[in-house]
Design a protein around this ligand. Sequence first.
Ligand code: TRP
Length: 347
Amino acid sequence: MNIKLPKKTILTGDRPTGQLHLGHYVGSLRTRIALQDKYDVFILIADMQALTDNARTPEVVSSNIMEIACDYIAAGIEAKRTHIVVQSMVPELAELYMYLSNLVGVGRLERNPTVKAEIQLKGMTDHIPAGFFMYPISQVADIVGFGADLVPVGDDQAPMLELTNDIVQTFGGLYGTNVLKPVEGLYSKVGRLPTPDGKAKMSKSLGGALALDATEKQIKSFVNSLYPGMNGRRIDEPGLIDGNVILTYLDAFDPDVEGLENIKQRYIEGGIGDGDIKNRLLPCLLELIAPIREKRTELKKDLGYVKQCVYQGTQVGRERVGKILDKVKTSIGINHSDYIFKEYITR
Ligand code: TRP
């Protein structure tokens, strides 16, 4: 007998605070695109989470919702297969977050290394919004609210997944239910991309990022600016692998893995210049970005299609989260409409 098993669910999200860039692409977008056939994929445009550090500049968040949706679709996310969901249009997530927040100690939040790093980076040491401090719990609500099995993310998100599984365990133990499922992280092999100078990780706020719709000129000057690990090397001197940003990008984007290994070997032996490896990288990026840029320009001419995709995806998402929230409330014993007020409810 051929029993068709239900597809596993993938959930992942991005904060809409700017256009997506190459770092997002290798970190998780590429994985989502590759997996959308085999899994039930939900992508969350996490505007509520983005507000946790943009409450005073909400237009940064609202103006980037459709931008990021265009990025997804231009990069190859197909709305037929993947549900793109706007977080604030699923208020059930906020409700779930409320219940889960009672299961996490403040100390645990204080120790979250990703949040700690963000506080430093964003200069929040004097004023940490409580919502920001608690966003990992909101992210757990996202993950369990959609019933995710797999979460493709960069490794900076590992603490959120650990927290998810701890909350799932606590919740199950306390309320005797398995309505919340443990998850598995799907970490990209490449890790986070460095900025061109190699000093930081590519991020929206700090510059040094290459947008997914960069022009040819921008791509060229980006590749030119990549740091080879040392300055002033003569071509016959051995090249460096460690700290060589050009090679890191080749590792992430060169589809010819064997050819690349060969070049690397010759590069460390001496005889290959930094310009040569830049010339190898340039077409990889041009070919990756050109179709995304063209499709994005097309989509932006008439946002109707993108809006329709996002609206429909959000409806599907909302229904999914609603069902899980309902079970969560029943497990806790506060689904009052099912108990105390049963006879008053017409459904
Ligand atoms: N914190 C993630 C980021 O900054 C975005 C995000 C929100 C997310 N909700 C999520 C990622 C749920 C994975 C799953 O990129």
